[in-house]
Ligand binder design. Structure first.
Ligand SMILES: Cc1ncc(COP(=O)(O)O)c(C=O)c1O
Length: 502
């Protein structure tokens, strides 16, 4: 395959160059009908290829021309049998994966630190989650992967599960032994779906952890827009093998996708694939090198710790992605959220995420040594101001409380008759909406879960320090939507067996 080619991007440029007289949407017609300030800022080139699925430009819903060619090149570049482009982010790709393997009432094994898109898919599919707790890192206050033995236990207890979904890497960058995990799950002839939102570069360098396709997974949803250079919202779904049905997968992707697909986003995927296929290794090498230097310097700053090779000794971690700098504010008198705000106000630096104890900074193929130097200088300054060697500052745990009592399936709870109750008075009630902190978007409460005092306290602590608690219909987070009537004592099913611990 010739990865110098960009069939879709080239077709769009050629079409725009022909300058056709357009009597179709979009109504801005090459930008002429758009607000002039916006048009001038964005540029007329962008408007000239903001087109729709007219015949020469193929149709994402049933690709048979330039989109199909671009997807085939992407499949080759990512080591898949098939690649489907998504203009609904990795969220759309994740929903497609789950809905294509799980019908209503069927169960799926999920890690408890699953992203909210996974839970939305479970609700839409009417699937029943079998939760597996990830390994908790008490030192850093974050979760890593699930262990092979806990997944195996979950399968043994739930032989009819339709799939196992794994997150690899985690948002914070740790990876499981994916190949062994996939082999184990495949020995039960169960498909493996991977949320690879944060793993776009993995496929392109042997020093990075193995990608889902390299490990033999059946499907992987990969955010090219996050770390692979394409535009925000553009992702891919990689598919391989015969445990899953590509036709059904295409049907669900189409059902979940707008009919007005953005050709700007699609073209950016085509171009990002070209760059990754031709220069991915070289770009990944530079990125790894920059991250290595940054990590070393961060670890020399008093009061900060950025995990490295030693993380692989921990349970639930086999490898890690060095381009993610999880900076633990070990002995600084501030939360991660304080640090995020301080860096914004004092250095105009924006981090990827913050939590109670950490900030996460991503080094990507868009970074330079100068960027890293500025970050390090800012972190040194922050340490000078907030170092607190007497450790009077008590760190609060970050991870979502592990104990979890579930009394309805997510779908039952979501569609049940509901009422609003004060957060303070919600203990013992069954939540019918999501509550999560975004980023990372991991639900603190999933519909169907019984609200415990521990969880109310956890939400309150996040609100107190200003972390973005989202999800409730009440945007002030004063009230939660709970199932009307039945309390946790009147459960529709007992889920002790639905939560598996290692
Ligand atoms: C682990 C994980 N999975 C899935 C997603 C969804 O990706 P997208 O924003 O491309 O829809 C995210 C987004 O942050 C994520 O962190």
């Amino acid at each position: 395959m010739n990865h110098h080619n960009t069939p879709l991007f080239t077709a769009l440029r050629e079409h725009a160059a022909r300058d056709p007289l357009q009597f179709h949407i979009p109504g801005h017609k090459k930008g002429v009908g758009m607000d002039p300030e916006f048009r001038d800022f964005v540029g007329s080139n962008a408007f000239s290829i903001d087109l729709i699925n007219i015949v020469p430009l193929d149709d994402l819903h049933q690709p048979a021309g330039v989109i199909r060619d671009a997807e085939c090149l992407a499949a080759d570049a990512f080591g898949a049998d098939f690649t489907l482009f998504s203009v609904q982010g990795t969220t759309g790709a994740i929903m497609t994966m789950i809905m294509s393997v799980c019908s209503p009432g069927e169960s799926i094994i999920l890690p408890r630190n699953a992203h909210k898109s996974i839970m939305s898919a479970v609700i839409f599919a009417g699937a029943i989650p079998v939760w597996v707790n990830p390994e908790r890192d008490e030192q850093l206050g974050i979760d890593h992967g699930v262990t092979i033995s806990s997944v195996q236990k979950a399968i043994e207890q739930n032989k009819a599960v339709k799939a196992v979904l794994l997150i690899n890497p985690t948002y914070y960058g740790t990876c499981v032994n994916l190949r062994e995990m996939v082999e184990c799950i495949h020995s039960y002839n169960i498909p493996v779906l991977v949320d690879e939102a944060h793993g776009t570069l993995l496929h392109y360098h042997e020093k990075l952890p193995m990608s889902a396709m390299q490990a033999g997974a059946d499907m992987a949803a990969t955010s090219v827009h996050k770390l692979g250079g394409s535009m925000t919202q553009s992702s891919i779904l990689n598919v391989q093998g015969n445990r899953v049905d590509i036709r059904r997968i295409r049907t669900f992707m189409s059902m979940l996708t707008t009919t007005s697909t953005s050709y700007l986003l699609l073209a950016s995927l085509d171009a990002a694939r070209r760059q990754l296929a031709l220069y991915g290794r070289e770009l990944a090498e530079q990125t790894i090198q920059l991250s290595r230097e940054a990590r070393q310097q961060i670890n020399e700053i008093p009061g900060m710790y950025c995990y490295g090779d030693e993380i692989c000794q921990k349970k639930g971690v086999f490898q890690y992605d060095p381009t993610k700098l999880c900076i633990h504010l070990e002995a600084l008198n501030m939360t991660g959220f304080d640090a995020e705000q301080w860096l914004r106000s004092n250095y105009n630096i924006e981090v990827e995420l913050s939590d109670l104890s950490n900030i996460l900074c991503l080094i990507t193929l868009g970074d330079t040594e100068e960027n890293v130097d500025t970050l390090i200088a800012a972190l040194r300054h922050m340490s000078d101001e907030f170092l607190c060697l007497n450790r009077s500052y008590t760190r609060l745990p970050v991870s979502v409380p592990e104990s979890m009592c579930i009394s309805f399936t997510p779908r039952e709870a979501f569609y049940a008759q509901a009422e609003s109750v004060e957060l303070e008075l919600s203990c013992g009630r069954v939540i019918s909406e999501f509550v999560y902190v975004y980023p990372p978007g991991i639900p603190i409460l999933v519909p169907g879960q019984v609200i415990s005092p521990e969880i109310v306290d956890y939400i309150k602590r996040h609100l107190e320090v200003g972390l973005p608690v989202k999800g409730p219909e009440d945007p002030t987070n004063q009230k939660l939507r709970v199932v009307a009537g039945p309390t946790s004592k009147e459960v529709s099913f007992n889920t002790a067996e639905y939560i598996v611990r290692d």
